[in-house]
Design a protein around this ligand. Structure first.
Ligand code: G4P
Ligand code: MG
Length: 203
């Protein structure tokens, strides 16, 4: 039996985990980010800015419904070579304003998309950089998951913040990272079913 997304039992079921980690399927991600579409349509963005790599696939899922183009940016808080947090967020990739899509930011409404709001440090940096460098008329942030925890980052006032779902402060495993956890996508999706309580493994 599958539970409706709005059903409190469904939301509670998401607190299940496998070895302390919560696995999410492509379908989970799709449903959760697209549950924000009505509110995003009210905001009416001209363009999506996806924060890579986690924001790319949720942004693509939204694009089909919002019918606006996607720009990509990438930032790095952790230095993968040393596995430690950098003193400041590093800008790895930005968009070119002198392009057809890049020109849709200045003076327009932009939607910034990421997969998870964890410490909020990267998100704060991304939003502040877009405002400072590209001067949009308005910013809305949409994340798939917001971790219930104390945040280090603060979003500027007037930024609209939307989270598809509030989740426990556990490590979220996303389907595009399946191989990073040693799983095929089929194995990953099975673990996601366990975490959502619709497969063997739930009491
Ligand atoms: P925040 O502003 O979005 O809260 O991000 P924060 O700086 O706290 O997080 C640093 C990196 O850690 C981000 O990825 C974020 O996506 C990732 N992260 C935080 N919590 C989780 C989690 O539970 N699961 C996974 N899979 N990632 C998490 P990044 O460095 O931008 O890398 P990526 O998006 O390219 O993977
Ligand atoms: Mg990320």
């Amino acid at each position: 039996m599958s539970l409706a997304k709005q059903d409190p039992a469904y939301k509670a079921s998401k607190s299940l985990d496998v070895d302390g980690k919560c696995y999410f399927s492509y379908s989970d991600i799709h449903q959760t980010i697209c549950s924000l579409v009505p509110r995003i349509k009210e905001f009416d963005p001209s363009v999506i800015i996806a924060i890579g790599g986690g924001g790319f696939i949720p942004a693509r899922m939204l694009r089909t419904e919002l019918k606006v183009p996607i720009l990509a940016i990438s930032l790095e808080l952790y230095d993968d070579s040393t596995n430690t947090a950098r003193p400041e967020v590093k800008k790895i990739q930005w968009f070119d304003e002198n392009s057809d899509v890049g020109s849709k930011v200045r003076g327009e409404k932009v939607l910034i998309v990421d997969e998870v709001d964890d410490s909020r440090a990267t998100l704060q940096f991304a939003v502040e950089e877009v405002i400072k460098c590209n001067e949009p008329a308005a910013v809305c942030v949409a994340v798939v998951h917001n971790k219930r925890k104390e945040k280090k980052g603060v979003l500027p006032p007037n930024v609209i913040y939307l989270a598809g779902e509030d989740v426990d402060d556990k490590w979220n495993c996303y389907p595009w990272d399946a191989a990073a956890y040693g799983n095929s996508i089929v194995e990953h999706e099975k673990l996601a079913k366990v975490c959502s309580g619709v497969a063997e493994g739930r009491d």
